[in-house]
Design a protein around this ligand. Structure first.
Ligand code: AMP
Length: 372
């Protein structure tokens, strides 16, 4: 019996494994696509029938790209040219694939695992820069194939933050990924990432109390939840995060430990501009004067010099960082020196402690840190 649904969203499952059926009566080839239909807070897996070259009738924003079994993606993919074999011959690499649906990525990862490959993962919010690409390089060293996700996650932005204006440039990002030899870019549609009535979240309860967690309430709940979802989707063996977001890596490591995610977490160093400013997608917000002042962030951290075996009192060092920030017209959000594991402030500084700064440069909030 045919049911009629007004689906909230419709997600194709395993497009590669759809069944081809010949409709004898009409002498037409049709395809049975397994799809997950979300409706009225429930989801159900069902098969939809798609005639050759036809899109199912869905509202335009819900249209899915349907392919015949074995048909290549219609992205402007070109084989990656940068890779060379030991003899200097170009290695034939699969063209980069762009996937919009979670199930496509999961199916791809399963294929990789079946072929005995290790999957590496780099989650990002896009507007990529060399810092992001250094994470891809690190992932490649530790895996056979690399998936990079681009998703400006609404749930990690506060109501007065820059979710709406966060810089985006999909075309440029995809080209950078192609040039870097990324295998799969996962570009989920926002409405396909969260069910309208989503009610399960990951809320770390210790490390988020302090630093950015205090200044941005709810931020790490959003981060942990989306990263947990992405880990489940990408099924990676290893994920690479930047030290730039030191608290984030500490919290993700805690989540992986406490919830037994079977994934290795690597923290990659901070990539900086030649004058020391930590690369960030948000640096694009800075006017030319602000850009000059922004260098005060790394200067403040650098002013701490090297911390030897002897203990130094933390308070004067924090004051020292504050005075550098002030000199560059930067307005402190926080200045801290913490233990790298607990993220609790220390009173005496030891090697391995972390100095962290968040400060406003004009309206732009910048963060930076240094392992002492
Ligand atoms: P974002 O797109 O800002 O969410 O960042 C995605 C990942 O890139 C995070 O793991 C960041 O810590 C990392 N990242 C951002 N900026 C840098 C940088 N300058 N150097 C290294 N990694 C970075």
């Amino acid at each position: 019996m045919l049911k009629s649904y007004q689906p909230d969203s419709l997600i194709p499952l395993f497009p590669h494994s759809c069944h081809e059926v010949l409709d004898r009566g009409r002498e037409e080839k049709i395809y049975l696509y397994p799809v997950r239909v979300f409706y009225e807070a429930r989801s159900e897996i069902m098969k939809i029938i798609v005639k050759h070259n036809h899109q199912p009738e869905l509202p335009p924003e819900k249209k899915i790209i349907l392919r015949k079994p074995g048909e290549p993606q219609q992205e402007k993919d070109a084989p990656h040219k940068g890779l060379k074999g030991v003899d200097g011959e170009s290695l034939q690499k699969e063209p980069m694939r762009v996937m919009h649906f979670a199930c496509e990525v999961t199916e791809w990862a399963r294929e990789q695992h079946r072929a005995g490959k290790r999957v590496g993962f780099v989650p990002t919010m896009g507007f990529l820069h060399a810092g992001h690409l250094s994470l891809v390089q690190e992932a490649r060293k530790n895996a056979d194939v690399v998936c990079l996700s681009i998703f400006v996650n609404p749930t990690q932005f506060g109501p007065n933050e820059d979710f709406g204006s966060y810089p985006r440039d999909e075309e440029r990002d995809l080209q950078l990924c192609r040039d870097e030899g990324v295998d799969v870019v996962f570009l989920p549609r926002p409405d396909a990432m969260y069910a309208k009535d989503a009610s399960v979240f990951v809320d770390e309860s210790k490390l988020q109390h302090g630093l950015c967690g205090t200044r941005r309430p709810g931020h790490f709940k959003g981060v942990c939840t989306v990263v947990a979802k992405l880990f489940n989707i990408v099924q990676a063996d290893v994920a690479v995060f930047g030290q730039k977001d030191f608290q984030q890596v500490a919290i993700i490591r805690r989540m992986v430990r406490d919830l037994d995610f079977p994934i290795e977490i690597i923290m990659a160093p901070i990539l900086r501009e030649p004058d020391g400013l930590a690369m960030s997608s948000r640096n694009v917000y800075l006017s030319s004067t602000e850009r000059e002042n922004a260098v005060g962030m790394s200067r403040a951290l650098k002013s701490l010099g090297s911390v030897g075996a002897g203990h130094s009192a933390a308070d004067p060092l924090r004051e020292q960082m504050r005075s550098v920030l002030e000199r560059y017209g930067l307005v402190e959000d926080y200045v801290a020196i913490v233990d790298a594991d607990t993220l609790l402030p220390v009173s005496n500084v030891e090697p391995g402690n972390v100095a962290l700064i968040a400060a406003f440069c004009g309206k732009t909030r910048l963060i930076d840190n240094r392992i002492l």
